[in-house]
Design a protein around this ligand. Structure first.
Ligand code: ATP
Ligand code: MG
Length: 212
């Protein structure tokens, strides 16, 4: 069973991954949690490149680096774990590429589908929990997490944050479109609900599928 979590930065993915890992482990399941990019020695090095130099990487370069990291993770870690009947939970997977590099950065959808397919060896999640939150609310969460004051002026964000918001709006709309296109696997959740309530919804969905 492969479960992925998606959503814009600050939507609450890592919070739900932790809760689900604990719940499934307590229920006696073998659980492996991973987060992208990273998860193998080489993939962690690619993560460092993506994070350290992110402003200097072209959109296509970014796409290929994320995809290289994913290919390493899938072949070396995810597939072997699934073969052992481990429940694998991934914090971001190829839907992030479609949403961020596709809808966000504007790369061609057909090219992304082809590269995603190569990087995952065709592996698809059984369930993808999409935590949907407005970019404004996500930003507030992120900033309050780091105790950075929000730079609101007359109720507006500054230019930098404003351009960031437009990007996140496109990413969010991309996720919403994916949720419409892939109804069987995408579970759309209102991430403005409490973390506990969201966890209960996730458990219920998995319970109905015979897990958790
Ligand atoms: N349902 C929720 N309601 C309110 N606050 C939440 C909720 N879920 C998470 N948070 C808080 O919001 C912040 C961001 O959550 P989290 O780190 O889980 O998001 P994320 O989607 O993993 O972000 P990133 O993409 O940056 O890793 C944290 O401070 C977390 O405690
Ligand atoms: Mg996170």
């Amino acid at each position: 069973m492969l479960i992925t979590f998606e959503g814009i930065d600050g939507a609450g993915k890592s919070t739900q991954v932790k809760k689900l890992r604990k719940a499934l482990t307590d229920a006696g399941r073998d659980v492996l949690t991973l987060r992208e990019p990273g998860g193998t020695d080489v993939a962690e090095k690619i993560r460092d490149i993506l994070l350290e130099s992110k402003n200097d990487i072209t959109p296509v370069g970014e796409l290929l680096l994320f995809s290289a990291s994913r290919a390493e993770l899938v072949q070396r870690v995810v597939v072997p774990a699934l073969k052992k009947n481990t429940v694998v939970i991934v914090d971001r997977f190829y839907d992030s590429t479609t949403a961020y590099q596709g809808y966000g950065r504007g790369l061609d959808g057909g090219m992304l589908r082809a590269i995603n397919d190569i990087a995952t060896f065709g592996l698809k999640p059984d369930f993808t929990f999409f935590l949907d939150l407005s970019p404004e609310d996500a930003l507030i969460r992120k900033f309050s997490e780091k105790s950075i004051p929000l730079a609101f002026e007359d109720g507006e964000l500054d230019r930098m944050e404003q351009s960031g918001l437009d990007f996140y709006r496109r990413v969010r709309n991309g996720y919403l479109e994916l949720a419409r296109l892939e109804k069987e696997r995408f579970i759309l959740l209102d991430a403005s609900e409490s973390a506990e309530r969201l966890h209960d919804r996730i458990r219920k969905t998995l319970g109905e599928a015979g897990l958790a």
